[in-house]
Structures are given as C-alpha cells and as structure tokens.
Design a protein around this ligand. Sequence first.
Ligand code: KG4
Ligand code: ZN
Length: 346
Amino acid sequence: MKILGIETSCDECSASVVEYNLNDDQIPVLSLSTFSQIEMHQPFGGVVPEIASRDHLEKINVIIDQALTDSNLNFSELDAVAVTTRPGLIGPLLVGLSAAKALCYSFKKPLIPVHHLEGHISSLYLDQKIASQFEYPILVAVISGGHTNLYHIKTPPHQWNESILDQACIAKSLDDAAGEAFDKTAKALGFPYPGGMWIDQYATKGDATKFDFPRSYIKKNDLNFSFSGLKTSFMQKLSQFKDEDELKKNIPDLCASIQEAIVDTIYLKLKRALELYPSQAIAIVGGVAANSRLRDKLNALNLPLYLPRPQYCTDNAAMIGAIGAFRFSQNQFIPYPEYLKYNAKN
Ligand code: KG4
Ligand code: ZN
C-alpha cells in the first residue's frame, strides 16, 4: 500500500509518500519534500504562529505536488492520506488537515488522523531494513523541542492501535522539554534558533566539568522530567561573568557543561526506567536524538540502541506516513466523507 503523509504541526511544511507491505515493520520512503521555515522565525528567536500558518498555506500545495512527482505516482494510486492533527500550533495544523481533507474528498480516499509523537516513534522504521529484527519491549525516548516523554513499547508497530501513546507512556516533561532547554540556553549565548545543534557543535571543543549545572528533578523518585530550573541556573551563571569577552571565552565550556547536565539527566532517568520496565533495547527519536553526546552516553546502558536515520529525526512527513500505514493496515482510518467534520487539536 502507498500512503501520503502530511506534517505541518510547527515550522516544517512536509509531504511524503511511503510504501508498506502488510505485517512488515520497515517502511521505504518513496519521496520526501520539506520546506523548513526556520530562517523565517530566526529573527524572533522562536516560532511565530501567525507567520507559520501563513507560510504553510502558501507552500502546502507545492510541497504535496513535489512529493507526488518524486514518488512517480499520481494521487489516484495512493491508498490514503495520513495527517498530523495533534498536538501542535492550531493554525499550522489546520492548514495540513484542510489540505488532506480536500485531497481525500476529491479522490474519495480515506483519511488517517495521527498524533505527532506517534509519528516520531514511527521514524524508527523508515528506510531501515533492520527494523524487522527489532526486539521488544523497547524503551523509547521521544526527545524533541516540545516533549521529553518515555514509552515502554511492547509490540511491533503493525500491532499498535490508537491508544498506544496512552498505554505505553511511563514519563513526561512537566515543564520545559529537553529541546527547549537546549534552545533557551543557546539563545542566551547568542546562537540562532533552534540552538540545540550549535550547543552540540561548540561542546566538542569545551570542558563538560568546568561548570556544575543541576541534574534537574533527579532526586525525585519518579521518571518525569523537569528542565525549567536548568535555564534559571544557566542565566545565573552567565550573570557572573564580568563582561562579554569573558563570556565569549567560556562559550565552549558552557555548551559542554549545559549539554552534559541535560544528557546526564536523560541518561539517569532512562537507567531508572530500565530497572522498572525491563527492555530489550533503547530507542531515541525526535530532534534531540541527533545530539552526539547523548548517542555516545547511552552506549553505557549496555543495550542495543535503535535510532532513526538522521534525516528523519527532526519533523518530517515520512514519519507521519509511516504511522498512517501501520494504522491503515489495521483498518483504522476515517472513511470518505466522514472526516469532513474531524478537527485538529493543539
Ligand atoms: O522533533 P523536532 O524537530 O521538533 C519538535 O517536534 O519539537 O525537534 C526540534 C528540537 C529543537 O529543540 C532543536 O534544538 C533540537 O531538536 N535539536 C538538537 C540537536 N539537533 C536538533 N538538540 C541537541 N543537539 C542536537 N544536535
Ligand atoms: Zn516533532
């Protein structure tokens, strides 16, 4: 079967065609077309919802056309459209959902509404032959700009149903997510948005033991994450430098130290989670899964580490197509034309 995925929940306008064979766990990506709005939001230091909505509206048709052209398919050859309907910025979500509804209605196709985080988890199965050999249960960490959630996934994706996120969730971020902690501290150092990758790069030249930042919420005997205190502690440290020059000299050490605090917190929570929820492997997905120190450090957990291919870590429509395919294979979709009254949720 062939599914068109659409993702517009934040600042990436993306469409993709993926292929799926029943009961298989690997999903070949036939095409992926993405426009990132990052540069448009950079002057504001974060995503501006109004700008995001308007730009999605301008680009969505072109992006979908491109994905279809690159897949060498026309719309009537597709089985269904999967679209992110929650959570995210409501304007951008509505643009993607409206485009999906219009296409499905014109061609009398079914529509599959999907949760963005299920998409991130499904990114593990994109273009990876090895996905068929994954062993379960897997402890999956979704670590993105908006979430730091842990899931204990017991079954392969072709057996998941719509309540998988509720059933499998064992921890959430109570305030700032790990990606937000990277972005806010990077912003304070003058790096452009999103700052995670800059911290990652500069940290390679710094000393992670130079500054001592707290391992947030680690003494609490639960698995949830809280990163908002880390930002406060980072700002306090910055205010102690006597001038800009002194701060600039310390940027690599600050990056290495703050990165170590975030990564160490994730590591310690995962270690505790594994004691409570024995697993055959660990997986990390979401933008922060690209972090080099996190990937290194998790090797110390002595379990196989499953990662999406780098191009599928940040927001993309292929992962939405993947979860759509798993759903469609179990007849979980909204038939023509019932989806016309379906709404998005932020
Ligand atoms: O999954 P994603 O693209 O969007 C959300 O759904 O939030 O994740 C974006 C996040 C941003 O916070 C960004 O700074 C972070 O992923 N990120 C990184 C790295 N690359 C992206 N954080 C740390 N190290 C990286 N190399
Ligand atoms: Zn995301």
